[in-house]
Design a protein around this ligand. Structure first.
Ligand code: FES
Length: 142
């Protein structure tokens, strides 16, 4: 046995394994791109948010804005209305607009494009009106 060998309770081969394994520690430093907490925009309820151009809304029909949960209709030329796109029956988002009614395909409720009233159950309550603002040819949430 040489002078630099130390007698420990681990024995010679166990000591070598411990020294070799120690070299791998700390070789990689990962700088994770921490999320920037300043990005909390878009939490407002959409006030003033542009929705569409008036020409996007067909007369006698409308358009569903699922992300904003709003339906915009044009029952008569130049008359724009807006309603919640959430069906008052069981909270599905309404599916389409056809034949002057807003249709929820979950259970086939239908609502008037003019006032949101129920045209066909099972929904019992009208779609609540939403406020919009028409400025020139731009429609936005009020
Ligand atoms: S959720 Fe719309 S008809 Fe039932």
């Amino acid at each position: 046995m040489s002078d630099d060998q130390v007698t420990t309770g681990l024995g010679t081969s166990s000591r070598r394994a411990l020294l070799t394994g120690a070299g791998a520690v700390g070789a990689a430093v990962v700088l994770a791109a921490c999320g920037d907490d300043s990005g909390d925009e878009a939490t407002a309820e959409g006030g003033g948010q542009p929705l569409a151009k008036t020409t996007d809304i067909p007369v006698g029909g409308g358009k569903i804005f699922a992300d904003q949960k709003v339906v915009v209709t044009q029952p008569n030329p130049g008359q724009f209305k807006a309603f919640s796109a959430i069906c008052t029956h069981q909270d599905c988002t309404v599916s389409r607009i056809e034949g002057g009614v807003i249709v929820c395909l979950c259970h086939d409720s239908r609502f008037s494009i003019a006032d949101g009233s129920v045209k066909k159950p099972p929904a019992k309550r009208p779609l609540p009106a939403k406020e919009i603002k028409v400025t020139g040819d731009q429609i936005s949430l009020a």
